[in-house]
Design a protein. Structure first.
Lengths: 208, 208, 208, 208
């Protein structure tokens, strides 16, 4: 099985999920300009949730993109790990809205954290399953790149667990941990967005 | 006609339909943490409907994916079987929500069952039409793989009819039948996710 | 410019528009089984609108698919004809719901008819623009196939105009005309779903 | 990294965002034909917002399409510029609805203008980043084409800033500026929809 249909389904799901919180934004009905301004200001948790959700989904999409770039083919297990992964991803806007409205309560942090852990664990499993014994990956891919991806996913899952634990002490610490982790991930994706092996191949294909 | 546009349309429709029940989930408006917890708990039938719907659609998508993997080209009949199939697929979230809320009433089971039968019959027709006389399939595909797919789709349709019949006796038996069938299908997809012929071809293409 | 991105955008838009009326279907909240049955029955105009909309969009998608199959490349004019076409297509669920609820009033028929005329005129323009002087089409395509497509689109537009005119006499005649036209189109798409030239090419590519 | 997944995600997001305002259109519930007519007429700001939004998104999609046509590969920075760009694009229906309902108030114009500026600045950054030192673009692309695209994006951003400034004097001037700019862009996209280099290449590929 080729991976192209998983990619199309994946991009379709991310496109919908990324724009999901926009569906919540509706133009306020007002009678004067000051009221419009105030009502728009009052919508800030929705705007914030939208931006956070978009960035988090952007990070996850980039990592999944990066992973599938080195996966040469798919099989039944890999397919189902992806379907489970998409199920978890589609919850991100819900849990993001939850945390952006109730960030002082550990219930919101715990649910957000579980969603985050589930996502990273499924990414780790995909990475491990695809690369173990070179099962589904490109032959030319360096072991170092795979180890790097695995470390990121394990790190994300661990940080989320720590954030969940701190939510019972102080929810601000939890939010700080999530913020640092995602900021670090954005920096990582920006700085090293690509594997060299496939990249070189892509160049050759398009030039040749 | 190539099948690539049917695949893109299919993946788009599955992406939307899979995330359809997520659109129903909205963060509850509450004033204290205990209330938030209770309101989230009270949403469990929606969460359950979402998970069931995602798994069922994941199974159907995998089988359709598997089928189109061996279909080399399309024609008018095949196109329309697919459009009818998509129409049936888009009903899955509705009937799933129906069954998850009213599982003790045979009306819900019957409607869910009809949806299920229609889906499997359309998949069977696609499979039969594409493979009869090697009309649309890869030349190198083994007859055994096609027979296997046909048996699965016929089995799914029959099991759904049996479940509908039992709904007038005891709806729990019907639900048990659906659960067993879909669990068996998930296992099948996971264990044998791919046809060997195309797979080998795909390998050759990507390596060569 | 290649046409592949127009195709992806097109399939995405059709996928959303096809599932748009499903978004309107929500499971009724009831207290006993008879009420559930009655409320589901009372939803029949919504179910009907969904089926009509899906079939109509399926026909239009098939024709557009058929057209783009012979279009080898795109340019600025063709791109904008497509964007205007998508704008018209996205109105189909709205006008279909309108006609399924208010089919005895000429206002609903007129709006539905205008939407239909606009769609066929834009398809005709795309077809004419792409084929005039062999501007954007495959060199090997037969003039007969293009003439056939043009005749279909002109026929659809004319029939819609006639249906609009009859709406002021008797709206049932208008609905009968629309039904006959779309039934004829479904038959046409099913019987002759493909151009021979590209088909042969596609076969060669995938076999070779 | 190849750009094909950015393209699929992009087309998915544009497909959703383009059809977003259609989701707002619902068939009015009425009891006589005159009321239907009046209620449909009263929906004109929604129809207008839909058309404006579709045209504006069509222009932006065309430019992005045009840009990615000459971008041969992607990297981490380019990926994130795109994700930020999609985030801005998904706001267009919201700000368009805002301006179509409250076009006499500078608050609506300012928000619309900021959205517009952000979009053009991100397109300019993508263009500059991809082309600087031939980082990500086709080798055969002419410097003139890139300069042209950069001039358009800079022009769009500047015109939007001017329109924001005029909104404090007279909002009609601002709206006139936006209208002229987008009309000019539509004309530009229609007249010169493609780069010659890639076009020639695409022709060769599909003919060969």
């Amino acid at each position: 099985m080729r991976t192209n249909r998983i990619e199309t389904l994946c991009d379709g799901i991310f496109a919908i999920v990324m724009t999901l919180l926009v569906l919540n934004l509706s133009v306020p009905v007002v009678t004067d300009e000051a009221e419009l301004f105030n009502k728009l200001l009052a919508m800030w948790p929705k705007f914030l949730a939208y931006v956070i959700s978009f960035v988090v989904l952007g990070v996850i999409w980039s990592f999944h993109h990066r992973l599938l770039d080195v996966v040469r083919k798919s099989d039944g297990w890999f397919l189902w790990m992806n379907i489970c992964f998409f199920m978890v991803v589609a919850f991100v806007p819900f849990t993001t809205e939850l945390i952006s409205e109730y960030r002082h309560w550990s219930a919101a942090i715990v649910i957000y954290g579980i969603n985050s852990v589930a996502g990273f664990v499924l990414l780790y499993c995909q990475c491990w399953y695809a690369s173990a014994g070179g099962r589904l990956v490109e032959k030319c891919i360096e072991a170092k790149s795979i180890r790097e991806l695995k470390a990121i996913f394990a790190g994300g899952a661990l940080a989320s667990i720590v954030a969940i634990a701190f939510s019972f002490v102080n929810t601000n610490i939890s939010i700080f941990i999530f913020a640092v982790v995602y900021a670090a991930f954005v920096v990582f994706v920006v700085m090293r967005g690509t594997f060299n092996a496939r990249d070189a191949q892509a160049d050759t294909k398009q030039d040749g």
